[in-house]
Each structure stands twice: as C-alpha cells, then as structure tokens.
Design a protein around this ligand. Structure first.
Ligand code: SF4
Length: 340
C-alpha cells in the first residue's frame, strides 16, 4: 500500500534559531515565524509516515499534529505524495556564486581625482552597481562628474545600475542636475539630502528622493525590524556563504582611500598610490566578505540569519574563529525579543 507523506515545497525552507524558527518562502518572498516544536516536527516527519505517530499519540498530541499540518497546508507550504516519490522532489542545494569579484562600489566623488582607471578596473572585476556620493553641486564638481558618468556608461559593460547621493542646492540647481542625469537609464535613484522637506517621486524607472536629514557615515542598523529582511533566493543562499553587506563591496572615500565600507575607518591603500585590484586581492581586504551569518557571534543562533541585511562593523576573533560586532543587534535570538 502506498503511504501518503507530506513534503515542504523545495523553496520553503525552515530555519531554526535558539528560541524560535521561521519558514522562508523564497518563491513568494515571505517569511513565517513558527514555534521550534513545529520546526522539529518538520525535520523528523517530512517524507515520513506520520500515521504511526498519530496512532500512538494521545488526544492532545493528535490535535497538535493536525494543527501543525493544517497550518502548513493553509499557507500552501506543503504537498502530499507517495512515500516512494519523495526522491522526485529534491531539496535546493545551498549553492551561491557570483560572476565577478566585485559586485558593488561606493565612490565619494572628489573632483580633483581621476577615476577613469578605477572605473575600468572595477568593470574588469565585474562591478555592476555603483553609488556616487557628491559633496556639492557646484560647477567644478559637476563637470568632472559628468565625465565620470560618461565613462561609466560608455566603457563599463558590466554596469547594471547606479545611484547618486548629493546635498540639496537650490531647486533650480537640483532640477538642472536631475535633467542632466536622467538620460542614463541605469540611473535608478538620486537622493538630495539636507532638503527642506521629505518626499519622493518616481519618473519612469528613476526614484528621486528628497531627505530632510544630513548624510551620515555612521553605521546604520538595518536590522530594526523584520521589515528589513530579504527572504529571496539570492540573498538566502549568499547569506549561507558570505556577508551580504561586505561581500564584493569596495568603497573609495573623498581622500581616495580604499575601504570595505563608507563607515569604516580602516584603509587598505589609496587609489593615488595602489592598484585597486591589488588592494582588493589582499586577503585582509576580503576578511569580512566571508562573515556568513553562521560564523557571526549571536547571529549563528538567530532564525533570521539567512534573510537579515546586517551592516554592523565586524571583527574576526581568531581564538573563537567567529566574527563579532561591538554594536548589539536590536533582536536577541536567545529571548526572541526586539529592543524597544
Ligand atoms: S541577531 Fe544577527 S541575524 Fe539576527 S536579526 Fe540580529 S543581525 Fe540579523
């Protein structure tokens, strides 16, 4: 006789934390909190015969088992099949790979610096996303910046999108700048900070943001609530192998220093004196790239670890072979509580 068993859809992946668990529904980009007991139930009985368990369970346990299965069914997370068919539904292998060494770059634009070589190197390294931070919209900044964008557009075939962050000038100057830039279809977002108001408009594929607050270089905690989590395939599987914040990232600050991120103080070299590729190839430059959440103290016990975009500074503790951060996360996986 064929025994009917339940299976979770391959893209619905349970992840256990210290106190709670989640199911990441990567196809629909959703995440559901579940009790640890349901996680263990799935782990033990997915693809297995539950009838024996139900036969030997008392009434309360039977009710819980039925509730568990109903819960998963209602959310379209499971399907039923014959036990002999389970091998026809393999799980997704947790592979992740990137075509390039660098995926994203932040450049604090300095009009006195020449960036053509840097852009060509970044393009060779596979960079597809750029963020440019301008100190002002004065003509002696915009003239060389226009040349930079022209080089990016004409000579960097790996360019997928770029973003500009600049201080608000006058309304006329902001609009003139916007007008000069919006011809580039890869430009996805311009943010004017220090603006009198907060607002946002969308023109075709370009998002224009006006922000009243100043631009800060401080580490912004991006893990203040589950609204900042990304339950999708790329993010989930990259998180299993790398830090989704640091991996493939390079920053060049206003002084030309090459760093891991804008808020870092540590510099690994300068575009004035070093080849960017040589600096990026230094093992120490890439240390934080490998800070997969399973290797970060605290995060390794968190149920959100493969969906959470964490921008905190990290150091590698050789003795523990773990990464750690001096900045505590707002979520405590050991109590399953958010800080107020
Ligand atoms: S503990 Fe780590 S994985 Fe969990 S929410 Fe905080 S930063 Fe993200």
């Amino acid at each position: 006789m064929n025994t009917k068993v339940f299976m979770l859809f391959a893209d619905c992946i349970p992840v256990a934390g210290f106190k709670k668990a989640v199911i990441c529904d990567l196809g629909r980009g959703q995440m559901m909190l579940i009790p640890k007991s349901l996680y263990h139930f799935i782990e033990e009985f997915e693809g297995a015969d539950v009838s024996e368990l139900i036969d030997t369970a008392d009434d309360d346990q039977k009710e819980i088992i039925h509730e568990y299965i109903q819960h998963l069914e209602d959310r379209e997370l499971l399907f039923w099949c014959d036990q002999t068919e389970t091998t026809l539904f393999p799980k997704i292998k947790p592979r992740w790979q990137s075509p390039g060494m660098i995926s994203n770059t932040i450049i604090e634009f300095n009009p006195s610096d020449a960036y053509e070589e840097v852009l060509l190197e970044l393009n060779k390294l596979g960079c597809s996303y750029y963020q440019f931070r301008l100190a002002n919209l004065a003509p002696n900044t915009l003239e060389p910046f226009n040349l930079l964008v022209k080089t990016l557009y004409e000579q960097c075939q790996n360019l997928n999108m770029f973003e500009i962050i600049a201080p608000h000038d006058s309304q006329d100057i902001d609009e003139q700048f916007l007008e000069s830039m919006k011809k580039y279809i890869q430009l996805r977002c311009i943010t004017f900070y220090n603006h009198p108001t907060n607002s946002q408009t969308i023109v075709d594929t370009l998002v224009v943001k006006y922000k009243a607050h100043p631009l800060t270089k401080e580490h912004v905690k991006s893990t203040e609530s589950t609204a900042n989590f990304f339950p999708n395939y790329d993010f989930f599987f990259e998180s299993k192998h790398r830090s989704t914040y640091y991996n493939g990232k390079v920053t060049i600050d206003f002084e030309g220093r090459i760093k891991n991120s804008v808020s870092d103080t540590k510099s690994f070299g300068s575009i004035h004196t070093h080849s960017l590729t040589d600096v990026i190839n230094q093992p120490s430059f890439q240390t934080n790239w490998y800070a997969a959440k399973d290797k970060v103290k605290g995060c390794q016990d968190c149920e959100f670890r493969y969906t959470c975009f964490d921008t905190r500074p990290l150091t590698f503790n050789e003795a523990d072979q773990l990464y750690e951060s001096e900045i505590a996360c707002d979520y405590n996986p050991y109590t399953a509580q958010w800080a107020n």
